[in-house]
Write a new protein. Structure first.
Lengths: 107, 107, 107, 107
């Protein structure tokens, strides 16, 4: 991503603020794919010939902007995730969280 | 993520449709961090003591939901990204894309 | 809104770019309310004591930022809506659009 | 909006959950317009011939989905806004809020 942007002289556009908006745009496109689908139908979206390629592409776009955003911010995304997962395990103990949507929502 | 959700009996909530909304919520929180910052200031958001932990946590949350979403959809996120990157190289040749924001926007 | 912002010297923060991000943050909060609800349940969200006030507040926040954004952009929102509605009537004729989700999606 | 949806038999798709996602999609498109613009440039987006119509259309789309969403939820959007504005006046007193971005952010 860094080389890709540098070769095209796009670093000037890639401020974190701008990249958050670009990420948001891609997440908006994900919403457009799923907006009129029921939940059950949504489970097959990546194998439905009408939506499969589109779903894969939007997921990829979200990841690409997320990685680029982390890079320009100087954030080690792997470390951030490992750290967050450890805290999630403490915050949502198995015993009190089981089947409990409200608990989950309150985060 | 899969084990984490299964242990808590949260698979019932993790339809792709629901996870897209959860991903959107986290991206909304990223926007809230950056909304009143200038572009220049945004470049230091992950080292500013007031926002650093918050930035790291929101990036992690976005990645966690993105990975979980890809998993329930059965999408190989690595393959999707490799494929998209190859097409991006074709779509934005270095010669015609250099410093060209409009070209970039049109995608 | 204009007076409210001027009295607090907040006009400096209210560029359209920033307000789009603030609007996005509020829409993210709307997503968080609805993310784990089923579609049927979502129809009662504004009468459910647990979510009613929250739903009303987030809808208000979205409208407030949308109106402020239109104002700083100099856009007459009423005219923009009237114009768009007229085009939607042409784009989705009753005969060919009835019950047709795909047609709707393609917009 | 209600008649428009009823005539096309689209009420079946217009659950609040789905409409929140549709609203999100439109807000995503707003982000795409502004993502590579600087803040100063963003102030002219609605008079720039390249973006003016697009800006007006996206603002209209956001309002249309917001009104439809409020309608299916049974929320009186005017009352919700009046109520929220009154609370905002209490929450952000002029004296302590002036020029204070942090205060504003903490909401």
């Amino acid at each position: 991503m860094r080389v890709f942007a540098a070769e095209r002289d796009w670093e000037q556009f890639h401020s974190p603020k701008n990249l958050v908006m670009a990420l948001t745009g891609e997440v908006g496109e994900l919403n457009e794919i799923f907006q009129w689908m029921g939940e059950a139908e949504s489970r097959y979206a990546a194998t439905n010939p009408d939506t499969a390629q589109n779903v894969r592409d939007e997921l990829a776009d979200v990841l690409l902007y997320l990685v680029r955003l982390s890079s320009v911010l100087g954030v080690d995304l792997n470390a951030a995730v490992t750290d967050k997962l450890a805290r999630n395990h403490e915050k949502y103990p198995v015993e009190t969280s089981r089947g409990n949507r409200r608990k989950y929502c309150e985060k």
